[in-house]
Write a new protein. Structure first.
Length: 95
């Protein structure tokens, strides 16, 4: 938390993330807690419907953003790419 002009504000980092599903497909999302969300995708009913039937999932990529809006823009951009372009981004991130 930080204090700004006598107002206490909570600083939250948002993360864009990409998962590799057991069927070889990608899943992209945003969250404030990567470890919790990965656990939800793999172990609980709180994971996305898409990943529930494609377990286990593996975390491939994360990017930190200062706002939810920016993280969602990254997610939207990633989802608009072709499979080949997504593979290039994931490969580059794993170096």
């Amino acid at each position: 938390m930080k204090i700004c002009n006598d107002i206490i504000t909570k600083t939250t980092n948002w993360h864009f993330y990409v998962l590799l599903c057991s069927d070889g497909s990608y899943y992209a999302g945003v969250t404030t807690d990567i470890a919790r969300r990965l656990h939800e995708h793999n172990k609980t009913k709180r994971g996305a419907k898409y990943t529930r039937v494609r377990r286990p999932v593996k975390l491939l990529l994360t990017e930190k953003f200062s706002s939810r809006s920016m993280a969602q823009k990254a997610e939207s951009y990633f989802k608009s790419l072709s499979r080949k372009q997504k593979e290039g981004i994931v490969e580059h991130a794993s170096r």
